[in-house]
Design a protein around this ligand. Sequence first.
Ligand code: C5P
Length: 222
Amino acid sequence: SNNIIVAIDGYSSCGKSTLAKALAKKLHYIYVDSGAMYRAVALYFLRNNIDMSDHAQIEEALKNIHLNFHSRDYETHITLNDEEVSEEIRQMPVSEKVSEVAALKEVRREMVKQQQRMGKSKNIVMDGRDIGTAVFPHASLKLFMTADPSVRAQRRYDEIHLKNPEVTLEDIFENIAHRDYQDTTRAESPLVRAEDAVILDNTNLTPEQQLQFALERIEALK
Ligand code: C5P
């Protein structure tokens, strides 16, 4: 098929979803936040006390998890078994659990399968950790985003502070560092730059500059 797939990978809180959303909106592509899927699975695991060392329990849980996106406005709206969980998956309990859950090979296999299905025939922008390496190794364009860790923590803090005044900048910094460590060192499709991915360090770039950077590269594909 000749649909366009833009894969955006990178470290935690690098602005991947901000760029992915802006790009999808501008080009009228579908936007898929793959991290939201792992977060929703983590929420289910938390609520149901799934034992992560028990493979049968993991498989059973995955059979009982049904995820759906409703991306009517390019924001992430995700349901877990028909319950809207878009807010809850951003809270600290899920952020603290998600990287462990995402390291499970059964979980990855199932999520990757669903993600590949979404990119079958439509133009799509998907962000995550393994989109250019495992989900769409033949993506039309691959971006790998990085930014200074303290800049990343500050941005995330500014984003959630009003709704979560109890969370400190330090909590966020530590969570980001923890997830980066987990995500880059896990056995199953770790976070790594695909050889053909373009690096985008946005420490000193505005969202508008990042969008221009990506648009120019998409334009160059044509
Ligand atoms: O993108 P976001 O930060 O919301 O992702 C949450 C977590 O989900 C990541 O820290 C990572 O552990 C996991 N993830 C992943 N593969 C993806 C997307 C997210 O392992 N494609």
